[in-house]
Design a protein around this ligand. Sequence first.
Ligand SMILES: [Zn+2]
Length: 386
Amino acid sequence: MKKAYILFTLLLSCVTLGAQDPDSRDKSRYAVNNFDEDDHYTMYQPYETVSVEEPKGRKVKNVILMIGDGMGLEQLSAAWICNGRSLNIIDNFPSTGIQWTYSANRLVTDSAAAGTALATGSKTKNGKIAMSPDDEVLETLSEYAKSKGKKTGTSVVCRICDATPAVFSTHAAHRDSLYNITAQFVDSGLDFLFGGGLKWWENRPDGRDLTAEVESKGYTFVKDIDALEAVESTPVIALTAYKELPPALDRGDVHQASVRKALELLDCKEGFFLMVEGSCIDDYGHANKVGFVMEEIFDFDRTVGTVLEWAAEDGETLVVVTADHATGGMTLLAGSVKDQKVSVNFSNTGHNGVAIPVFAWGPHSEDFVGTYENAELSERIKKLIK
Ligand SMILES: [Zn+2]
């Protein structure tokens, strides 16, 4: 039914609009911060989502936490409509919850405080990276998993010193100490790290050669996805961009490729903890560009599909998908279910204080049903890392 619907839509698109494919779409219309052109989006080529059964077993060997930065329910609803009423995130997850995002000092959180709550189980003030309001170091899920003998990994499409990857592996009183945060990845103990941020890795004001430092610790260090594909063992660090990776339309399938590699390399008898972030949904929410927001969600959702297919084979992997907060005050105002288009309004260029959905799949997914604090979500995950 769904396939037939998509095929019909494709044919209709070809007839009415000329053969549309992602490469022929006019990207320039997203290239200016112009509200009139950035408040509507039509999906011409929906992608097929995966369909996987939750495993019957109860053992949790691996945990994969996937965070869509700035991906609130309005963003997800718009993306679901545009993709022909289908998203991996929405359609495959049997257990759903709601988490509250406010920080220790603000109703509206930033990514540092929300990420810290998700990573450590403690709310903190906006701007803190895995540190308490009084600047005490908080143990992260990655660090905890490592202490339990598991492998750990992070895969993002932003710079690695951005708040969300930072809160899982580093500690800082201020999120903007980017050279300091970047250097802490040298000693993070991560077995797999993928993202951007060479600007803060190379040519450092302190003169440190972080590449030489990690190589002396046994890491393979690479700067492009092809080189990462060839790597056969951990630990590995791949930084493929000066700052953030290119926007989703230009990025291709590198995030799916990175995560596929992470799963291959981290899979071991002891299990692993992997954090995956759809990092730039937030950036384009800030910029009030719905087209970019949709494309970033589709890219993240395809990565969720990659993870689910692997996890279904594995049978002992818990997958939790959520966000840190919503961005842009985005409201789904109008559109068409049949034509797969949406019109939205952005009411601000910052974050919002709205509660955020949680989607869980795999053994113990039912532990994530209910309404709870973002920090409590972290505690529930921690209980399952053994
Ligand atoms: Zn964020």
